[in-house]
Design a protein around this ligand. Sequence first.
Ligand code: SAM
Ligand code: DTB
Ligand code: SF4
Length: 334
Amino acid sequence: MSEIRHNWTTEEILSIYNTPLLELVYRAATIHREFHNPNQVQVSSLISIKTGGCPEDCAYCPQAARYNTKVKVHKLMEVEEVAELAGKAKAGGASRVCMGAAWREVRDNRDFDRVLDMVKAVNSLELEVCCTLGMLTEEQANKLANAGLYAYNHNLDTSEENYSNIIGTRTYDDRLNTLSHVRKAGITVCSGGIIGMGESIADRCGMLKTLANLPVHPESVPINALVAVEGTPLEEQQPVEIWEMVRMVATARIVMPKTAVRLSAGRLGMSMEGQAFCFMAGANSIFAGDTLLTTPNPEFNQDMEMFRILGIQPMAPFQQGKPQNQPLTEGVNV
Ligand code: SAM
Ligand code: DTB
Ligand code: SF4
């Protein structure tokens, strides 16, 4: 059984990342099979509950008010609307619904009370409820936990060293503090990042080191390929090569064996073969639905067709809450 470690060095992670590709994928695929059923992929659906007009300056983000993008600002949605969208996502096979708000941080006001009601409503549909609302205090994390929140997404996005090149309106420590409030409240942690923003390979591995050396590994790690949006400072970035995505996924899988590694933004630019390589390298979660928060994603039916071709089944809810190093059931060669 592979060891779960929390003392990785960037050099070790770099040497994994730079392993010859087929060897890297083989190693990641082997570890993947120790902890997961390789034919199951968890499906999450995103709902942008509050869109645009964000005061932060994240260089990649179309929702930052200071950039001139085509995103239409929308105030916080109604609970009923969100519950209806969540019901549709469940009917389509999603096991998790992630509600995203273009906020710097949560404020203790009526909007937050409404989000708590949304969490209760989605939870009652027996879906894993996830939120991504920006920074949280310990108290706010507890309130979300009491409302039934299952996961909180809060990305580190890049390495500590590169952070200020991408975001100037908050610090890496702000991010880590929120992650610790989420963990303390007993909510599962979803935290990952973006590649293709002009960062170095050492930055990618540095971010994975921070995640893998947290006292408990995040239960899910989204790996996003930058969606370069017109009007943002990163609009001219060239798309990342699929092999970089494969290396990033495989390295995340090796350093965090139990974690759900999510092949997140940027799938629209990837072929089915490219995505299959990522699943082989240990990705076992996706965002499905034709929009992410504001940018396009593959059509739902196209993803289901990909699953059919690859023999993948969408995972039922609450599978990842169980200890994952238990012996796996049929269909898996351990
Ligand atoms: N405002 C909250 C926050 O930043 O934590 C939650 C929503 S924010 C849009 C969630 C995540 O989406 C960001 O941390 C970033 O990783 C990802 N994201 C935003 N724009 C992106 C883009 N253009 N390409 C890839 N990922 C992006
Ligand atoms: C994550 O890591 N990726 C998702 C989710 N967490 C919230 C968001 C991707 C957003 C891509 C840009 C957009 O659609 O606005
Ligand atoms: Fe705001 Fe989040 Fe976008 Fe940053 S990533 S500008 S905090 S919505």
